[in-house]
Ligand binder design. Structure first.
Ligand code: SAH
Length: 457
């Protein structure tokens, strides 16, 4: 039954939505309620209704959920960075695991799925190796550095982010003093005036190297020597750069980097493999969990040294280089040319020469290589963006018939759709394991092993 707008109802919250909001049902009708948690019994007021679902606001918590917990961060409820800090971490993991399972059964139509236990973080705080702090002014003209509130460009001032690297607290302190002393003007989106847009920090957790990059609407930072001298007193600083962004845009980084001090990059390790990271390069945000995820992908690929492996959607070649340690030959495919430049640099840096990288769309490069160059595949790894794989790519995979397909996914819904397609034909769903790479967010990563069934028929 669809309730009326402004109706006050008592409902039980049973699930978590895409933005971290609670989801409950009133006589079978789904309501999304901000500020509620799975397990709450809440008095809510209906604010908007549609045919199949509606929205309501929390009026009173009748019985608070046992899964509620006090967030460590005082701005967690307002900041766009975390959606679930107020939910007990083990419940967050259960929710993420269930999300994958329910997509596989609902969308993938798999009836019997046994998932390996979800891989959660040992320490679900201070895990992000990259942080981007917008700089601005509040209503009273005071300089503020922090994060955007959810879905807006209003900056919430903060000195301490509990999911970013701990050293950021010291870096921001130095920045605030410097900006105040020299009255450096923050950038104003409306007038397109002012210099300072963002502060970007990157920390290589495995080597301890740190990069600080100021994104500015210009090419010169006045009094830069003083900032350099203050920042280089902090342990681990290896790179201080400017990124020039003079565009009227929401995109944080521009194309040009000016190195102020040190190298224009830092170096990190995942397992034995070194990766060079510049302000512009893509790099996994949580390398500790990434290592665990790649180890599982490698285990599922079950390589013995004589296999030809394709790594589709390879980014800067992180998985390709990992696989190359155990395979005869790896082919990586990625659509962004700069990422392939980084991938080739990283292969050289590690003296790995059994990897070949292609720039292009996976759905175009793979069929061409199979048809024209007669390259086959023993194992295919895919790690597509949220929208999943093109159906034409899945058809090529079916035609190439690798023994194993390892699917790494950041969206369980498109994962389930693609697995259904492959498993209705020649593959069997063998193993599924979820990973939490982003504690306190609603995201979940999954690694899946499919095996070829034709040989068995
Ligand atoms: N495997 C990488 C990155 C995966 S993210 C890692 O672990 O680090 C997904 C990547 O797919 C992005 O780098 C994106 O640029 C790339 N991509 C998007 N569409 C693509 C397509 N059609 N063909 C190939 N690559 C694509």
């Amino acid at each position: 039954m669809i309730p009326n707008k402004n109706d006050q109802l008592e409902i039980k919250i049973e699930d978590i939505g895409a933005e971290g909001e609670g989801i409950g049902k009133y006589e079978g009708y789904t309501l999304f309620v901000k500020d509620t948690v799975m397990g709450d019994t809440a008095l809510v007021q209906v604010t908007k209704t549609g045919k199949s679902y509606g929205y309501a606001k929390l009026m009173k918590l009748v019985i608070p959920s046992q899964y509620r917990t006090e967030p460590r961060c005082p701005i967690a409820a307002r900041c766009g960075g975390c959606q679930l800090q107020h939910v007990d971490y083990s419940k967050q993991l259960e929710y993420k695991n269930n999300k994958v399972l329910s997509c596989l059964t609902r969308i993938g139509c798999f009836s019997e799925v046994t998932m390996e236990p979800i891989c959660g973080m040992d320490e679900p705080y201070y895990y992000r190796n990259k942080s981007q702090f917008p700089v601005g002014r509040d209503k009273d003209g005071k300089l503020i550095i922090g994060f955007y509130a959810g879905r807006t460009h209003a900056i919430i001032d903060t000195e301490h982010c509990y999911i970013g690297a701990e050293i950021n607290v010291d870096i921001l302190k130095v920045m605030r003093v410097f900006f105040e002393k020299y009255k450096v003007q923050p950038y104003d989106e409306e007038s397109h005036r002012g210099l300072l847009r963002h502060i970007l920090t990157r920390v290589a957790f495995n080597t301890g190297e740190i990069m600080v990059c100021l994104v500015i609407n210009g090419t010169v930072l006045p009094h830069k020597e003083e900032l350099i001298s203050k920042l280089t007193k902090l342990p681990g600083i290896k790179s201080i750069c400017l990124n020039v962004n003079k565009e009227r845009t929401n995109v944080i980084l521009g194309d040009r980097i000016i190195t102020l001090w040190g190298e224009p990059y830092i170096t990190d390790l995942i397992g034995e493999v070194k990766y060079r990271i510049s302000p512009l390069s893509f790099y996994q945000i949580n390398p500790i969990q990434t290592k665990k995820l790649y180890d599982t992908a490698l285990e599922y690929a079950d390589l013995h040294g004589d296999e030809v492996v394709w790594d589709l959607y390879c980014g800067i070649g992180t998985i390709s280089l990992f696989l190359a340690q155990k395979a005869k030959q790896v082919y990586g495919v990625e659509i962004i040319p700069q990422a392939i430049d980084d991938a080739r640099t990283n292969a050289e840096l590690n003296k790995i020469n059994n990897v070949t990288f292609y720039v292009g769309a996976a759905e175009e490069v793979l069929p061409k290589a199979a048809r024209e160059d007669n390259i086959h595949a023993d194992v295919i790894v895919v790690d597509p963006p949220r929208k999943g794989c093109e159906q034409s790519l899945l058809d090529t995979i079916l035609a190439m018939a690798p023994k194993r397909v390892v699917y790494v996914s950041c969206d369980p819904a498109t994962l389930a759709r693609d697995l259904k397609y492959l498993c209705e034909k020649d593959y069997k769903l063998e193993k599924v394991k979820a990973f939490d790479q982003f504690a306190h967010s609603v995201h979940v990563e999954t690694v899946v092993l499919l095996t070829q069934q034709l040989l068995l028929k």
